[in-house]
Design a protein around this ligand. Structure first.
Ligand SMILES: Cc1ncc(COP(=O)(O)O)c(C=O)c1O
Length: 383
Protein backbone atom coordinates (compact mmCIF):
# COMPACT_ATOMS: atom_id res chain seq x y z
CA UNK A 1 0.00 0.00 0.00
CA UNK A 2 1.09 3.56 -0.70
CA UNK A 3 2.33 5.38 2.43
CA UNK A 4 1.76 9.11 2.93
CA UNK A 5 3.23 10.76 5.99
CA UNK A 6 1.12 13.70 7.22
CA UNK A 7 2.43 14.03 10.78
CA UNK A 8 5.26 16.52 10.33
CA UNK A 9 3.89 18.60 13.22
CA UNK A 10 4.95 15.73 15.44
CA UNK A 11 8.29 15.19 13.72
CA UNK A 12 9.47 15.64 10.14
CA UNK A 13 9.77 12.60 7.92
CA UNK A 14 11.69 11.95 5.79
CA UNK A 15 14.60 13.88 7.22
CA UNK A 16 17.00 15.79 5.00
CA UNK A 17 18.84 13.65 2.43
CA UNK A 18 22.11 12.25 3.82
CA UNK A 19 21.27 12.98 7.47
CA UNK A 20 21.82 9.41 8.71
CA UNK A 21 25.10 9.21 6.84
CA UNK A 22 26.31 12.54 8.27
CA UNK A 23 25.49 11.51 11.85
CA UNK A 24 26.95 8.01 11.35
CA UNK A 25 30.14 9.43 9.85
CA UNK A 26 30.52 11.75 12.82
CA UNK A 27 30.03 8.95 15.34
CA UNK A 28 32.32 6.51 13.53
CA UNK A 29 35.13 8.88 12.64
CA UNK A 30 34.88 11.91 14.87
CA UNK A 31 32.92 11.03 18.02
CA UNK A 32 35.00 13.17 20.39
CA UNK A 33 33.82 15.65 23.01
CA UNK A 34 34.11 19.43 22.96
CA UNK A 35 35.34 21.84 25.64
CA UNK A 36 36.83 18.86 27.43
CA UNK A 37 39.83 17.80 25.36
CA UNK A 38 43.11 19.57 24.62
CA UNK A 39 43.75 18.09 21.17
CA UNK A 40 43.17 19.15 17.60
CA UNK A 41 40.19 16.91 16.88
CA UNK A 42 38.28 18.31 19.87
CA UNK A 43 39.02 21.86 18.70
CA UNK A 44 37.96 21.20 15.11
CA UNK A 45 34.74 19.56 16.33
CA UNK A 46 34.10 22.63 18.49
CA UNK A 47 34.49 24.76 15.34
CA UNK A 48 31.73 22.69 13.71
CA UNK A 49 29.43 23.29 16.68
CA UNK A 50 30.13 27.03 16.42
CA UNK A 51 29.22 26.83 12.72
CA UNK A 52 25.88 25.27 13.72
CA UNK A 53 25.28 28.20 16.09
CA UNK A 54 26.02 30.60 13.24
CA UNK A 55 23.58 28.81 10.94
CA UNK A 56 20.87 29.09 13.60
CA UNK A 57 21.57 32.80 14.05
CA UNK A 58 21.22 33.37 10.29
CA UNK A 59 17.92 31.50 10.23
CA UNK A 60 16.42 33.24 13.26
CA UNK A 61 17.70 36.78 12.75
CA UNK A 62 20.23 36.98 15.57
CA UNK A 63 23.83 38.10 15.45
CA UNK A 64 25.58 36.54 18.43
CA UNK A 65 26.28 32.79 18.09
CA UNK A 66 27.08 32.63 21.82
CA UNK A 67 23.39 33.27 22.45
CA UNK A 68 22.52 29.86 20.96
CA UNK A 69 22.10 27.29 23.73
CA UNK A 70 21.59 23.68 22.65
CA UNK A 71 18.97 21.66 24.50
CA UNK A 72 17.43 18.20 24.03
CA UNK A 73 14.38 19.85 22.41
CA UNK A 74 11.78 22.59 22.63
CA UNK A 75 10.22 21.26 25.83
CA UNK A 76 13.49 21.52 27.74
CA UNK A 77 14.16 24.99 26.37
CA UNK A 78 10.69 26.21 27.35
CA UNK A 79 11.11 24.81 30.87
CA UNK A 80 14.51 26.49 31.13
CA UNK A 81 13.17 29.89 30.06
CA UNK A 82 10.02 29.78 32.21
CA UNK A 83 11.61 28.30 35.32
CA UNK A 84 14.76 30.35 34.89
CA UNK A 85 13.02 33.72 34.57
CA UNK A 86 9.92 33.53 36.75
CA UNK A 87 10.07 33.86 40.52
CA UNK A 88 7.35 34.05 43.18
CA UNK A 89 5.30 37.21 42.66
CA UNK A 90 6.20 37.58 38.95
CA UNK A 91 3.48 37.67 36.31
CA UNK A 92 3.66 35.97 32.90
CA UNK A 93 1.34 36.27 29.89
CA UNK A 94 0.82 33.50 27.33
CA UNK A 95 -1.97 32.85 24.81
CA UNK A 96 -4.89 30.47 24.98
CA UNK A 97 -3.27 28.35 22.23
CA UNK A 98 -0.26 27.00 24.12
CA UNK A 99 1.13 23.47 24.05
CA UNK A 100 1.49 21.52 27.31
CA UNK A 101 5.24 22.22 27.05
CA UNK A 102 4.22 25.71 28.26
CA UNK A 103 1.03 24.93 30.19
CA UNK A 104 2.53 22.26 32.44
CA UNK A 105 5.64 24.16 33.57
CA UNK A 106 3.43 27.18 34.25
CA UNK A 107 0.99 25.07 36.26
CA UNK A 108 3.96 24.02 38.41
CA UNK A 109 5.15 27.63 38.70
CA UNK A 110 1.68 28.84 39.70
CA UNK A 111 1.88 26.49 42.67
CA UNK A 112 5.07 28.33 43.64
CA UNK A 113 3.43 31.77 43.53
CA UNK A 114 3.93 32.84 39.91
CA UNK A 115 0.92 34.67 38.43
CA UNK A 116 -0.19 33.66 34.92
CA UNK A 117 -2.69 35.16 32.45
CA UNK A 118 -3.72 33.78 29.07
CA UNK A 119 -4.57 36.24 26.30
CA UNK A 120 -7.74 34.89 24.67
CA UNK A 121 -7.52 33.90 20.98
CA UNK A 122 -10.64 33.69 18.81
CA UNK A 123 -12.26 30.49 17.60
CA UNK A 124 -9.79 30.30 14.68
CA UNK A 125 -6.81 30.70 17.02
CA UNK A 126 -6.12 34.32 16.07
CA UNK A 127 -4.83 36.84 18.58
CA UNK A 128 -5.07 40.62 18.63
CA UNK A 129 -1.80 42.00 20.00
CA UNK A 130 -3.82 44.50 22.07
CA UNK A 131 -5.28 41.59 24.05
CA UNK A 132 -1.77 41.00 25.37
CA UNK A 133 -1.20 44.67 26.16
CA UNK A 134 -4.42 44.80 28.20
CA UNK A 135 -3.06 42.09 30.49
CA UNK A 136 0.30 43.72 31.24
CA UNK A 137 0.68 44.62 34.91
CA UNK A 138 3.31 46.19 37.11
CA UNK A 139 4.79 42.77 37.91
CA UNK A 140 4.64 41.33 34.35
CA UNK A 141 8.09 39.98 33.61
CA UNK A 142 7.59 37.90 30.50
CA UNK A 143 5.26 37.37 27.56
CA UNK A 144 5.71 33.92 26.04
CA UNK A 145 3.65 32.83 23.06
CA UNK A 146 3.55 30.00 20.60
CA UNK A 147 4.35 31.24 17.10
CA UNK A 148 2.32 28.68 15.16
CA UNK A 149 -0.43 26.56 16.66
CA UNK A 150 0.36 22.85 16.63
CA UNK A 151 -3.37 22.16 16.45
CA UNK A 152 -4.65 24.38 13.64
CA UNK A 153 -1.55 26.16 12.29
CA UNK A 154 -2.70 29.72 13.04
CA UNK A 155 0.22 32.15 13.45
CA UNK A 156 0.44 34.60 16.34
CA UNK A 157 1.55 38.15 15.35
CA UNK A 158 4.99 38.22 16.95
CA UNK A 159 6.10 41.54 15.52
CA UNK A 160 3.10 43.46 16.91
CA UNK A 161 3.35 41.80 20.30
CA UNK A 162 7.10 42.47 20.36
CA UNK A 163 6.47 46.20 19.85
CA UNK A 164 4.09 46.27 22.81
CA UNK A 165 6.50 44.32 25.01
CA UNK A 166 9.27 46.78 24.20
CA UNK A 167 6.96 49.71 24.96
CA UNK A 168 6.27 48.27 28.41
CA UNK A 169 9.80 46.96 29.08
CA UNK A 170 8.58 43.35 29.32
CA UNK A 171 10.69 40.44 28.04
CA UNK A 172 9.31 38.50 25.09
CA UNK A 173 9.83 34.84 24.16
CA UNK A 174 8.43 32.63 21.38
CA UNK A 175 7.83 28.90 21.16
CA UNK A 176 8.86 28.29 17.56
CA UNK A 177 8.26 24.53 17.69
CA UNK A 178 6.01 24.60 14.61
CA UNK A 179 7.66 27.46 12.74
CA UNK A 180 11.46 27.20 12.94
CA UNK A 181 12.40 26.28 9.38
CA UNK A 182 8.82 26.83 8.20
CA UNK A 183 8.23 30.58 8.68
CA UNK A 184 10.23 33.78 8.85
CA UNK A 185 11.48 34.43 12.39
CA UNK A 186 13.46 37.62 12.86
CA UNK A 187 14.40 37.86 16.52
CA UNK A 188 15.74 41.38 16.30
CA UNK A 189 12.91 42.82 14.23
CA UNK A 190 10.28 41.11 16.38
CA UNK A 191 11.92 42.34 19.60
CA UNK A 192 12.30 38.78 20.91
CA UNK A 193 14.48 37.97 23.90
CA UNK A 194 14.21 34.22 23.39
CA UNK A 195 13.26 31.85 20.58
CA UNK A 196 12.91 28.20 21.54
CA UNK A 197 13.06 25.61 18.76
CA UNK A 198 13.19 21.82 18.23
CA UNK A 199 15.66 20.38 15.73
CA UNK A 200 13.44 17.59 14.47
CA UNK A 201 10.34 19.31 13.08
CA UNK A 202 10.65 22.08 10.46
CA UNK A 203 14.44 21.96 10.68
CA UNK A 204 14.25 18.31 9.58
CA UNK A 205 17.09 17.21 11.87
CA UNK A 206 17.23 14.27 14.29
CA UNK A 207 15.14 13.99 17.45
CA UNK A 208 16.74 14.76 20.80
CA UNK A 209 18.25 18.08 19.84
CA UNK A 210 16.95 21.62 19.74
CA UNK A 211 17.82 24.87 21.37
CA UNK A 212 17.06 28.39 22.35
CA UNK A 213 18.50 31.69 21.21
CA UNK A 214 18.78 34.17 24.06
CA UNK A 215 19.30 37.91 24.21
CA UNK A 216 21.83 39.20 26.75
CA UNK A 217 18.96 40.70 28.71
CA UNK A 218 17.04 37.47 29.26
CA UNK A 219 20.28 35.53 29.80
CA UNK A 220 21.13 37.90 32.65
CA UNK A 221 17.65 37.54 34.19
CA UNK A 222 17.51 33.73 33.85
CA UNK A 223 18.83 31.40 36.51
CA UNK A 224 20.18 28.12 35.18
CA UNK A 225 17.74 25.30 35.96
CA UNK A 226 20.49 22.72 35.44
CA UNK A 227 24.05 23.03 36.62
CA UNK A 228 27.26 21.05 36.28
CA UNK A 229 30.51 20.91 34.38
CA UNK A 230 30.97 23.19 31.39
CA UNK A 231 34.70 22.76 30.78
CA UNK A 232 35.05 26.47 31.64
CA UNK A 233 35.67 28.46 34.86
CA UNK A 234 36.15 25.09 36.55
CA UNK A 235 37.64 26.65 39.70
CA UNK A 236 34.19 28.15 40.54
CA UNK A 237 31.39 26.30 42.29
CA UNK A 238 28.73 28.43 40.59
CA UNK A 239 27.75 28.21 36.94
CA UNK A 240 29.64 30.59 34.65
CA UNK A 241 27.74 33.81 34.00
CA UNK A 242 28.55 33.89 30.27
CA UNK A 243 26.74 32.39 27.29
CA UNK A 244 26.24 29.69 26.25
CA UNK A 245 27.93 27.95 29.22
CA UNK A 246 25.54 29.42 31.82
CA UNK A 247 22.77 27.18 30.45
CA UNK A 248 24.72 24.29 28.96
CA UNK A 249 26.14 21.97 31.62
CA UNK A 250 27.16 18.43 30.76
CA UNK A 251 28.14 16.81 27.51
CA UNK A 252 25.99 17.96 24.63
CA UNK A 253 24.15 15.74 22.17
CA UNK A 254 26.96 16.27 19.69
CA UNK A 255 25.76 13.69 17.13
CA UNK A 256 22.39 15.45 17.24
CA UNK A 257 23.95 18.88 16.71
CA UNK A 258 26.06 17.55 13.83
CA UNK A 259 22.86 16.17 12.30
CA UNK A 260 21.05 19.45 12.86
CA UNK A 261 23.95 21.27 11.20
CA UNK A 262 23.59 18.98 8.18
CA UNK A 263 19.85 19.74 7.99
CA UNK A 264 20.40 23.47 8.41
CA UNK A 265 22.82 23.28 5.49
CA UNK A 266 20.08 21.66 3.41
CA UNK A 267 17.59 24.39 4.37
CA UNK A 268 20.15 27.04 3.51
CA UNK A 269 20.81 25.47 0.10
CA UNK A 270 17.10 25.06 -0.73
CA UNK A 271 16.26 28.51 0.67
CA UNK A 272 13.69 29.19 3.40
CA UNK A 273 11.50 31.13 0.95
CA UNK A 274 11.27 28.14 -1.39
CA UNK A 275 10.52 25.78 1.49
CA UNK A 276 7.77 28.07 2.77
CA UNK A 277 6.31 28.47 -0.71
CA UNK A 278 6.13 24.72 -1.28
CA UNK A 279 4.43 24.08 2.05
CA UNK A 280 2.07 26.96 1.43
CA UNK A 281 1.14 25.55 -1.98
CA UNK A 282 0.25 22.09 -0.71
CA UNK A 283 -1.53 23.47 2.35
CA UNK A 284 -3.60 25.72 0.11
CA UNK A 285 -4.43 22.79 -2.18
CA UNK A 286 -5.57 20.75 0.81
CA UNK A 287 -7.59 23.58 2.34
CA UNK A 288 -9.43 24.32 -0.89
CA UNK A 289 -10.63 20.73 -1.01
CA UNK A 290 -11.46 20.12 2.62
CA UNK A 291 -13.12 23.45 3.41
CA UNK A 292 -16.39 22.50 1.75
CA UNK A 293 -16.11 18.74 1.99
CA UNK A 294 -19.19 16.93 3.26
CA UNK A 295 -18.79 15.18 6.60
CA UNK A 296 -15.76 17.14 7.86
CA UNK A 297 -15.32 20.52 9.53
CA UNK A 298 -12.12 22.53 9.52
CA UNK A 299 -10.80 23.91 12.82
CA UNK A 300 -8.93 27.16 12.22
CA UNK A 301 -8.29 29.41 9.24
CA UNK A 302 -9.72 28.35 5.86
CA UNK A 303 -6.94 29.94 3.79
CA UNK A 304 -3.18 29.54 3.52
CA UNK A 305 -2.42 33.07 4.77
CA UNK A 306 -1.65 33.59 8.46
CA UNK A 307 -0.93 29.95 9.14
CA UNK A 308 1.64 27.18 8.88
CA UNK A 309 1.16 23.75 7.29
CA UNK A 310 -0.84 22.24 10.17
CA UNK A 311 -4.51 21.55 9.43
CA UNK A 312 -7.06 20.03 11.82
CA UNK A 313 -10.34 18.40 10.84
CA UNK A 314 -13.32 17.23 12.84
CA UNK A 315 -15.29 14.30 11.44
CA UNK A 316 -18.99 15.01 11.80
CA UNK A 317 -20.50 11.54 11.37
CA UNK A 318 -17.71 9.37 12.66
CA UNK A 319 -15.35 9.25 15.61
CA UNK A 320 -12.07 11.09 14.82
CA UNK A 321 -10.03 8.13 16.05
CA UNK A 322 -11.94 5.80 13.72
CA UNK A 323 -11.30 8.15 10.79
CA UNK A 324 -7.57 8.27 11.57
CA UNK A 325 -7.53 4.48 11.83
CA UNK A 326 -9.26 4.08 8.45
CA UNK A 327 -6.91 6.60 6.86
CA UNK A 328 -3.94 4.52 7.87
CA UNK A 329 -5.29 0.99 7.58
CA UNK A 330 -7.01 1.44 4.20
CA UNK A 331 -4.96 4.19 2.55
CA UNK A 332 -1.57 4.24 4.34
CA UNK A 333 -2.09 7.88 5.41
CA UNK A 334 -0.39 8.71 8.70
CA UNK A 335 -2.02 11.46 10.78
CA UNK A 336 -2.46 12.22 14.46
CA UNK A 337 -5.78 12.36 16.24
CA UNK A 338 -6.76 13.60 19.70
CA UNK A 339 -5.69 16.67 21.63
CA UNK A 340 -2.09 17.00 20.35
CA UNK A 341 -0.83 17.91 23.87
CA UNK A 342 -2.69 21.22 23.63
CA UNK A 343 -6.01 21.07 25.55
CA UNK A 344 -6.14 24.85 25.98
CA UNK A 345 -5.93 25.31 22.21
CA UNK A 346 -8.78 22.84 21.68
CA UNK A 347 -10.92 24.69 24.24
CA UNK A 348 -10.25 27.89 22.28
CA UNK A 349 -11.15 26.25 18.96
CA UNK A 350 -14.27 24.54 20.38
CA UNK A 351 -12.85 21.07 19.73
CA UNK A 352 -12.39 19.95 23.35
CA UNK A 353 -12.59 17.16 24.52
CA UNK A 354 -13.11 15.30 21.21
CA UNK A 355 -10.02 16.73 19.56
CA UNK A 356 -9.31 16.62 15.84
CA UNK A 357 -7.53 14.64 13.15
CA UNK A 358 -4.41 16.61 12.33
CA UNK A 359 -2.72 16.69 8.92
CA UNK A 360 0.65 18.39 9.11
CA UNK A 361 2.60 18.69 5.90
CA UNK A 362 6.32 18.82 5.33
CA UNK A 363 8.75 19.85 2.64
CA UNK A 364 8.72 16.40 1.06
CA UNK A 365 4.95 16.04 0.66
CA UNK A 366 3.91 16.31 -2.99
CA UNK A 367 0.79 17.65 -4.74
CA UNK A 368 0.04 14.06 -5.84
CA UNK A 369 0.04 12.97 -2.21
CA UNK A 370 -2.35 15.78 -1.31
CA UNK A 371 -4.75 14.68 -4.09
CA UNK A 372 -4.51 11.11 -2.77
CA UNK A 373 -5.28 12.25 0.80
CA UNK A 374 -8.24 14.36 -0.37
CA UNK A 375 -9.70 11.40 -2.32
CA UNK A 376 -9.31 9.15 0.73
CA UNK A 377 -11.03 11.75 2.90
CA UNK A 378 -13.94 11.99 0.46
CA UNK A 379 -14.34 8.20 0.58
CA UNK A 380 -14.23 8.05 4.36
CA UNK A 381 -16.40 11.10 5.02
CA UNK A 382 -19.10 9.72 2.67
CA UNK A 383 -19.51 6.47 4.66
C1 LIG B 1 3.82 24.24 19.84
C2 LIG B 1 4.73 23.21 20.44
N1 LIG B 1 5.49 23.53 21.48
C3 LIG B 1 6.36 22.65 22.03
C4 LIG B 1 6.47 21.37 21.54
C5 LIG B 1 7.44 20.42 22.17
O1 LIG B 1 8.47 20.08 21.27
P1 LIG B 1 9.45 18.87 21.58
O2 LIG B 1 8.60 17.64 21.64
O3 LIG B 1 10.40 18.85 20.44
O4 LIG B 1 10.12 19.13 22.87
C6 LIG B 1 5.68 20.97 20.46
C7 LIG B 1 5.75 19.59 19.95
O5 LIG B 1 4.89 19.11 19.29
C8 LIG B 1 4.80 21.93 19.87
O6 LIG B 1 4.06 21.61 18.82
Amino acid sequence: MKQVYCDNGSTSFPKTPGLGEAVGRHIDLNGFNISRGGYGKAYSLEAEIIEAREQICRLLGWDDPKGVVFTPGATMGLNMVLKGVLKKGDHVITTSMEHNAVVRPLTQLEEQGVEWSEAPCDVKGQLEAEAVEGLIRENTKLVLTTHGSNVCGTLIPLEEIGKLCRKHGVMFAADAAQTAGSAVIDMKRYGLDAVVFPGHKGLMGPQGVGGMVLSDRIAREMDPVFSGGTGSASDKEEMPSFLPDKFQPGTLNIPGIIGLKHSLGFIDAEGLEGIMEKKRYITDMFLQDVCNMKGVKLAGLPEADGRCAVVSLVFLDMDNAEAAYLLESEYGIMTRCGLHCAPHAHKTLGTFPEGTVRFSFGYFNTPDEIRYVVDALKDIAAR
